[in-house]
Write a new protein. Structure first.
Length: 230
């Protein structure tokens, strides 16, 4: 997915705050091309390599609890496009109707198998399909649910200049986000007023420093974090 012309951006993204970030990315089109080429090649290879492991995980999920294998919640990616993300289901099948859109530590909705999948981030493996399709990238701002994006400030909209990502520097820094929200009385309120603004500082800074090689470094950093949990 390339960078759209400024005049073709959605109306709510064409503001002065976003323009600063747009101009930065406009000068780095080469890195954007490499980013998409990398996403296509690596996601294709991973789908082939991970086919059997993902099949085993799918059987474990079905055996552990009632419900579908995948969790297909609507999220928002580049230019405000809505899509249904692919994730292995780690919660009870009706989790969306009995809790918040964000997950807290020791969330009672998480299944036994789901706990382990979350610890190792294996629940996110199916997102390689979203990367191949172009709805996501390996590195980028984590895709938010619609109700949170509707609360974005003018500057936050700049994060929608690029596809949502499986990982990012922000995701690594906030890897214990669930624990931070665990004691909150109103999880949605705390997330919007305290957690999201802090995460957005890092997300926006990442756009300013964007380069293909920096994203490769972020992926390597993520792998080390996951291996450390093992």
């Amino acid at each position: 997915m390339g960078l759209k012309k400024w005049e073709n951006l959605p109306d709510n993204m064409r503001n002065e705050a976003v323009k600063e970030y747009y101009q930065i990315l406009e000068k780095r089109k080469g890195s954007l091309v490499l980013k998409r080429a990398f996403d296509i090649v690596v996601s294709t290879v991973l789908i082939i390599v991970l086919a059997i492991p993902m099949g085993i995980i799918a059987m474990m999920i079905k055996k552990d609890s009632y419900g579908p294998v995948f969790y297909r919640q609507e999220r928002v990616t580049a230019y405000g496009k809505k899509f249904r993300i692919h994730k292995f289901r780690t919660m009870v099948s009706n989790a969306d109707t009995i809790g918040t859109a964000v997950t807290v530590d020791k969330d009672s909705r998480i299944t036994k198998v789901g706990t382990r999948l979350r610890e190792l981030r294996l629940d996110e493996l199916p997102q390689v399909f979203d990367v191949l399709i172009g709805n996501m990238s390996f590195v980028g701002t984590r895709p938010e649910v619609v109700k949170y994006v509707e609360k974005y400030t003018s500057e936050y909209m700049a994060t929608l200049l690029l596809p949502a990502g499986i990982t990012s520097e922000t995701s690594i820094k906030y890897k214990n986000e669930a624990e931070l929200l665990d004691e909150a009385d109103d999880v949605d309120k705390i997330y919007l007023e305290k957690v999201l603004p802090e995460k957005m500082k890092y997300n926006l800074e990442s756009i300013k420093k964007f380069s293909f090689y920096r994203e490769i470094a972020t992926m390597i950093w993520t792998i080390f974090i996951v291996l450390e949990k093992r």
